[in-house]
Design a protein around this ligand. Sequence first.
Ligand code: GAL
Length: 684
Amino acid sequence: MDHPLTHDKAPTGDAGRTLWPVGLDALAYGGDYNPEQWPEEVWHEDVRLMREAGVTMVSVGIFSWALLETERGVYDFAWLDRLLDLLHEHGIRADLGTPTVVPPAWFYREHPDALPVTREGVRYEFGSRGAICHSSPAYHEASAAITEQLGLRYGSHPAVALWHVHNEYGVPVSACYCETSAAHFRRWLGDRYTTLKELNEAWGTTFWGQSYSRWDDVRPPRTTPTAGNPGQQLDWARFTSDALLANFVRERDILHRLSPGIPVTTNFMTALSQCESIDYWAWGREVDLVSNDHYLVAEGERNHINLAMSADITRSVAGGRPWLLLEHSTGAVNWQPRNLVKQPGEMARNSLAHVARGSDGAMFFQWRASRYGAEKFHSAMLPHAGTDSRIWREVVELGGSLGSLGDVRGSRVVADAALLWDWQSWWAQKLEWRPSVELDARDQADRWYAAAYDRHLTLDFAHPEDDLSGHPLVLVPALYLTTEAASRNLRRYVEGGGTLAVSYFSGIVDQYDAVHPGPHPGALREVLGLTVEEFAPLRQHQTVRLSGPAGEPTGDAWAEFVVPRGAETRWTYADGPAAGRPAVTRNSLGDGTAWYVSTRLDASGLDAVLALACADAGLPARDLPRDVEVVERVGATGRYLFAVNHTGADARIPLPGGGTELLTGSPVGGHLDIPAGTTRVVRR
Ligand code: GAL
């Protein structure tokens, strides 16, 4: 197949990498498109309706391996040729998948040992998706071969704007515990620890007599009678993320070679509730364009906060660059216990909330609802009800809205503060036998993020070893594992004038999950100006009262015996196991300040601490209505203020200087009206 057309010039950024789908001169709008589930007549209706809805790009081929390679080395690309040509004729860009998330049945016939094994030793079967041992040489070879074929055939096809490798690495299976994976794990450990002595020290194997005398004895952390070795489990989690990443990199490198200039992505799931096994800080550096899938917990209260948080994490792992929402849903999904519909306008609000936080588009799973298979009750842009439906009308309307926001593309979100997050620390904290089952890093991050959201602070996420000097305020809701480098970094940050706010059970262990020598919190003692003599976890449902400068908040789950060593006490425990001792402290160090919160504060308490930390950081309070999300993006073409009204009441916010509202095309004066449930975008 010969495609003489050359690609449009793509905007390139860092190190000459193409960072945006080639030839896509608009925000991305579309969805996963599975035409292989339909007769070809339907494809013509699809592209016509895509045009009607303003679709600019679709993701294709993600699950098509079995159709493209029907037996080892037997290929059938004819249908995909016709499909890509059809999309190209209609001006729709293709995000072309490598179908490596579902190897065909023939592959498992030849390599049954490429099916993954659970921790308990159960081997999964073919018949669903994502059943892959990512250490399997047979899988490496076969996935490279199909990727190579796709790269050769479509590397310069004029429809192809973006490569979509695999699908959501890390779910539904991340780790495989088979013997092949065990050998791979040992090789990975061999690179990290040159000698077995080093490994024994790192894992603290003198405890419970776990020392190794031969590498071959080292295995994955399979089911053990009681708590396993924490160092081993933590390294296994790191290995798992790395082993998955190596699979992505293998395919990416093939595509870079065969399809130069076309960016390569893989869809992340950065919401902390959706994929736990991937260190997205490392992955963000390897993709050309960061893309993300986000699904609301439909029954969740104020679930737009989780959406905002996921978008902020995604933008942060993209280094602040624009990213792309590759999947969300037009309505109900099919995999939650109760799959609630989205309310009128909610889909647009969700989409534009992602755009507000840096996504240069909004894509969905999926274009047309499937008639069969496990996802037939999942919503789509084109639902079973067809075009005479509310969802379709909203889809067409959203296409128009995104069409009028084209200038926003490439602009960057302005953040007020940062929240530290480290997947590795999370993995460590989740291991068994912690001082309380209430210790939950994700829950802490959610609570602190929500508190900042309610103060209308836009947050970047940052790794604890990142340069933080650009942020006046840094929140640390849960940093159990704190490396020496992070410890120095946080100290430098505060001494240089930053304001730090840290929550309990942070700074406790090093990278091997060994307690930092001396009193807790070893890595943060100096910056916080205190030590913790004993942890004093609370009973289930027990609360403690605090007394201090603002209100009488309560804490639950956790308390501690805090001993100030330079820090001043701001709130004191009024009752409970730590009665009379400091509960919330503030330490001045160099030109900055470090706050410490030693209990799980209720929302009012957390807000009060945050208010004081904001004052230290020079961040003024914002008088904006609750659940009206205001975010700014700034770029070469202007400043764009997004205001998303998640409430059922009309809202008004001040807008000094006014501007032009882009969705309605109307001029805006000194204030902006945002009708209930809608979004407004003002070019200032
Ligand atoms: C995503 C996945 C899609 C589809 C969707 C349903 O996680 O990437 O293929 O399964 O969920 O919500």
